[in-house]
Design a protein around this ligand. Structure first.
Ligand SMILES: [Zn+2]
Length: 457
């Protein structure tokens, strides 16, 4: 039996903060309380002046994602190592079946790819095509495979994107088994039309990527999905909302079965990065693209008002050299994505908590507790007895600066280059094992588990 006693830290849960000791026994939190007596064999850690928060849960990452420009540059090993360094101990990645492929077959293949994950992981099951026969596989995913959420793309027509009609059928089937549909809202046909027009006019540099995907294209798709969510009553999760206009639609419909997610980059970066013809701008080629400063402000407001429930990173880095440069003469060929799995908690702490936009409890809700609740991770997201001992000892006093040189993620660039951070994950525990301590990793023999999920009734 192994015991770790963390003394005198300030525990921050999504609902309350208080000073107490935490006793870890093997993989779980055994006890929270004042002056817990030290078990004979326990390792004692003094956390005076530090925060004790539940390990981060990133509900949206794409590790080792196959694309025509090669796989996203972090695999499950390097990506989960970067996650640990930033205080994230679990994440949800994706299964992306090809058109016509069985969901279960694709799931088993993806599980094999994720074998080298250090952190605990789950998947959203992609629905990239529709046929009524998929309903049986959806049922199997939910009832037997521990996969309760399904990912659809209205963008990316011609590859993994589906039509509104197909989405409607998928929502009806997912609702029947009480699962959740998650949707990338950008109208694929409109994007394609704008892309073709820009290329025809010789507008091929990365800056035009953003022009091919204006906010209205997101908001229109959001509105159609809201209508379908209202009709089907399917639990619906809108990934990476980037635009104030989309939030306006969500507010207008005000549906209890709809949840919105955003990403750190839609809060902290804006479209001015596209105002040049340098190829380095390709690192900001993400979908949806970055929006205006006003959009940033409104999204922050929606976080503080609890209208946006989760922050996912959409972590999907690609190297500028050897990957993004596939599109140097045509922005349409630049693989979409950027990385930030290791910065989610520190960015949100520095620019959210310390600037007074959100409370510490909201920080924990947005980075861990809400994702656990929404996606059915019943043992995670809280510092409480019987929960998994996924724990971060957060030092609120450290100062650092993000650079490509000091990042853990495997990529030759960083969209947050030069951002300063206050506060950091000092010590990180994954299921009771200390995996990270002030820059050093202790990951020999560490292996993440597939998290089997159940639907919320
Ligand atoms: Zn994504």
């Amino acid at each position: 039996m192994s015991f770790i006693l963390i003394k005198n830290g300030t525990i921050i849960n999504s609902t309350a903060s208080f000073v107490a000791d935490v006793l870890i026994k093997n993989k779980s939190i055994a006890l929270i309380g004042q002056n817990i007596p030290k078990p004979l064999s326990a390792t004692v850690i003094d956390a005076s002046g530090k925060f004790i928060i539940p390990g981060g849960i990133d509900p949206h990452v794409h590790l080792d994602l196959p694309t025509p420009a090669g796989n996203s540059s972090d695999d499950f090993y390097t990506g989960s190592k970067a996650a640990f360094a930033g205080g994230t101990t679990s994440f949800i990645d994706f299964v992306t079946p090809s058109k016509g492929e069985s969901l279960i077959k694709a799931l088993n293949e993806r599980k094999a790819v994720a074998e080298n994950s250090l952190a605990d992981y789950s998947f959203h099951m992609g629905i990239t095509w529709w046929d009524p026969s998929l309903e049986a596989e959806i049922k199997q995913c939910i009832e037997k495979e521990g996969i309760t959420s399904f990912k659809t793309y209205l963008a990316y027509k011609g590859s993994i994107g589906i039509s509104y009609d197909e989405l409607f059928e998928a929502m009806k089937a997912v609702a029947k088994y009480n699962g959740m549909i998650t949707v990338h809202c950008e109208d694929g046909d409109k994007v394609l039309e704008l892309q073709k027009q820009l290329i025809k006019e010789g507008k091929t540099s990365p800056r035009f990527h953003a022009q091919s995907r204006p906010a209205i294209v997101e908001a229109e798709a959001v509105e159609k999905v809201l209508q379908m969510a209202s009709i089907t009553q399917c639990k619906t999760y809108l990934v990476h909302i980037s635009a104030a206009l989309s939030m306006q639609k969500i507010k207008e419909y005000n549906l209890p079965n709809v949840i919105a997610e955003t990403c750190p980059h839609y809060l902290l970066l804006n479209e001015s990065v596209y105002d040049n013809d340098n190829f380095d701008t390709a690192k900001y080629v993400i979908s949806p693209p970055l929006r205006s400063v006003d959009d940033n402000k409104i999204l922050w407001k929606k976080l503080s008002d609890n209208c946006i429930k989760t922050i996912g990173t959409d972590h999907c880095p690609f190297n500028l050299i050897g990957q993004k440069d596939a599109g140097k003469d045509n922005f349409m060929r630049i693989p979409n994505g950027a990385g930030s799995i290791e910065y989610r908690l520190s960015l949100l702490y520095t620019y959210g908590v310390l600037s007074g936009k959100i409370s510490k409890e909201q920080w924990v809700a947005l980075s861990s507790a809400n994702a656990a609740e929404i996606f059915g991770l019943s043992n995670k997201g809280k510092i409480a007895s019987c929960y998994d001992a996924d724990i971060v000892i957060w030092n609120p006093e450290t100062e650092s600066c993000i650079t490509t040189e000091n990042q853990q993620q495997r990529c030759d660039s960083n969209i947050y280059e030069g951002f300063t951070l206050k506060g950091s994950a000092e010590m990180v525990f994954s299921k009771g094992q200390m995996v990270y301590d002030k820059g050093d990793f202790f990951i020999k023999g560490i292996k993440g588990d597939f998290m089997s999920r159940k639907v919320n009734k």
